[in-house]
Design a protein around this ligand. Structure first.
Ligand code: ATR
Length: 259
């Protein structure tokens, strides 16, 4: 009997994800008998369908809006998933969060000295701050359009990172005190510009957006080291393959570079 490993991404609405393209190409090149498919569920059907999906798939990714909903159907969630309140990877009925590891590994070799200014207060922000915490950062400034959400994050990270929260209107002046700027919002996905003017004393600009945004273009034009979401995605995907016990470093790198 031929056993084909079934993997997939639980998502809504339906879309062709980058994971689907790359993982399927990777399976071809590694001769792993596996498929990775989009599993599209309407959120209202989630509770009826999730148990069957968990039983029938070898490995899963989970996207918004299911990252929190899936907890109660699993046997266990690891420490970071519990802290972040979000699961994005599943294997053997155990939930993991690999978003923060993607960020962590993408910034591992950078010097994180000086003042760090983070923009945003969403799910991605939590993953980024958890990564910074694991890298030993103990102090940052946080700004978000909705001030209260930034305060919630400050409370979540109590005793982990000392977070100074400022109003959104302070963004453009506060950037002048920053050595590192990290955008964790979705601004730039559709070519929108963050209302700031960068300066060339910044050592690093990190933008979680996968595309080449106005922020990244401005940062590059000033000669500032610029990292974008592609890097975070790459390291997160590696972590997923490791959890599913099917990671081959050389082949994954080749497939990724050729897509
Ligand atoms: P994700 O899970 O991808 O982080 P999210 O939890 O919805 O998504 O968070 C989106 C983040 O982008 C939030 O910080 C949001 O600001 P608000 O908390 O004020 O909503 C931020 N964001 C999105 N569009 C924005 C915009 N046009 N201007 C400023 N902030 C924006």
């Amino acid at each position: 009997m031929i056993v084909i490993l079934r993997l997939g991404i639980i998502q809504y609405p339906k879309k062709i994800s980058l994971s689907e393209k790359i993982f399927n190409e990777y399976f071809k090149k590694t001769n792993i008998d596996a498929i990775y498919e989009g599993i599209n569920i309407n959120p209202k059907d989630f509770e009826f369908k999730i148990k069957d999906i968990l039983n029938n798939y070898y490995g899963l990714n989970v996207t918004v809006p299911f990252k929190e909903m899936v907890f109660k159907y699993l046997d266990y969630a690891n420490e970071s998933a519990v802290f972040l309140g979000a699961i994005n990877t599943i294997h053997n009925n155990i939930g993991y969060n690999t978003d923060w590891i993607g960020f962590y590994n993408s910034i591992l070799n950078e010097k994180l000295d000086g003042n760090i200014l983070v923009l945003g207060a969403g799910g991605t922000t939590k993953a980024v701050l958890y990564g910074l915490y694991k890298l030993g950062v103990d102090k940052i400034t946080l700004i978000n359009r909705t001030y209260e959400k930034a305060i919630k994050i400050k409370k979540l990270f109590y005793k982990k990172i000392d977070i100074k929260v400022l109003e959104f209107s302070k963004l453009n002046s506060e950037i002048n005190n920053a050595n590192i700027f990290i955008n964790t919002t979705s601004i730039g996905m559709f070519n929108e510009k963050i209302p700031i003017k960068l300066h060339d004393n910044l050592n690093l600009v990190y933008d979680v957006i996968y595309f080449h945004t106005p922020l990244q273009k401005e940062s590059e034009s000033l000669g500032i080291k610029t990292i974008n979401g592609e890097n975070m995605w790459y390291h997160q995907a590696i972590q997923n393959l490791k959890i599913w016990n099917i990671y081959d470093e050389n082949i994954f790198e080749k497939v990724y570079n050729n897509i």
